[in-house]
Ligand binder design. Sequence first.
Ligand code: NAD
Length: 480
Amino acid sequence: MKIIKNYINGTFIDAENGGFIDNVEPATGQVYAKIPQSGSADVEKAVIAAKEAYTIWSNMPKEDRSSIMMKVARGIENRMEEFVHAESRDNGKPLKLAAHVDIPRAVSNFEFFATGILHFSSESHYMEGVGVNYTLRKPIGIVGCISPWNLPLYLFTWKIAPALAAGNCVIAKPSEITPMTAYLLSEVCKEAGMPDGVLNIVHGYGHEVGDAMVRHKDIKAISFTGGTQTGKTIASIAAPMFKKLSLELGGKNPNIIFADCDFDDMLSTTMRSSFANQGQICLCGSRIFIERPIYEKFRNAFVEKVKNAKVSYPEDPQAHLGAVVSEAHMNKVLSYVELAKEEGGTVLTGGERVILPAPYQNGFYLAPTVIEGLSFDCRVNQEEIFGPVVTIMPFDTEEEVIAMANSTEYGLSATVWTSNLKRAHRMADQLQSGIVWLNSWLVRDLRTPFGGMKASGVGREGGWEALRFFTEAKNVFIKQ
Ligand code: NAD
């Protein structure tokens, strides 16, 4: 059995209290690794190490920081196969998804911010006849990064890379449900020659080690991605301590389909936006609104395609969907299918657990599910399910669909399908979402602001936004 270690001050160690948490493989339902059950004593050690390393890291020329980070990117690439298998095994996602999306993106995250920092210049504002303002952007110091289980290394590195590039030392915590690739990353950082204490990775439960990070007075900023309720808890502790906070939270994203869209392109993309990663991407479109003239056509074609989507073990190259991340999560998703029936919905396909042959008979597999007949304001259409479950609803007018799309407490992303350019812009303007995709889904440019409105979060990640978050601005004026 693999025993994962914390990475503190460049050493691989167990938790202070000697405790461990079981790590379950979703594809089989079996425990296959153990992770340290860290707490405040481990965070304290990491902070001491980070403080010492900060003088070295923050004063290092950014070209040198950049070159160490590029070595980390190469280090992940050199162990690509190992990372891909580890991610798929830890999370239950199809191997090909980890190979094409998760791990390559983790490499890009390091490359993007390692090179981005070289172009990050300070602004200056000239006041005619009076003087010049220039703005210094200094690292904050020690920062905390906390990430979820759905895109484990992808989202972990999306936070760590800009934090490090900007000159901060980092205490980072991956999800206790998917810790494996973060552990491999700590090995890569060691091999890449990153100075000890610059990046410290502590494993364990959110309410223990995560909470200790949020409460630590010397961790000056928290970048968090996860559930809205957790975000609320973190904000209630960190805000009175005047910590900088970046919160990327839940979503309930609308996918709006007009009759004049490119039907085939829309249909194949809607398959992905509904069920990629078993529907466990914060950007998945779980509420599908279809303009009434094509409602029947869409329903029939979509349900047919969903019925043919293969649910299989992650290494199966034919798998469209793998396992969902845990038994608890599987049961949560199934409870929403029951709720949908109580709320008057009809399950058109799916709605149940899939039992695969041995050795996968205890894995957490769910059939992709399509539900119709629900009102836009019922609980199933308002609460985040975060699994392979979508609802379909007809609409008649733009005004009506905008009102339904904007009716949830969330505002992360939205997708609109139409060939009417003016309408596309009108919709983009009126949707309450941090991200809008027109005739596409999940096309990512790492320079763009990434994040949500309303209960989907506070602040934006990506590009300069991330580098600004991980720095303190100091304006200096000099008289002419
Ligand atoms: P979660 O909130 O349960 O956990 C996220 C992380 O926070 C984990 O590392 C966890 O251990 C830690 N944590 C839990 N309680 C904590 C506490 N009290 N203090 C500090 N840390 C704590 O979320 P999850 O179930 O891992 O992830 C799924 C959620 O993440 C969904 O709601 C999804 O929409 C959201 N998500 C959002 C984005 C985005 O960019 N907006 C991206 C991916 C996932």
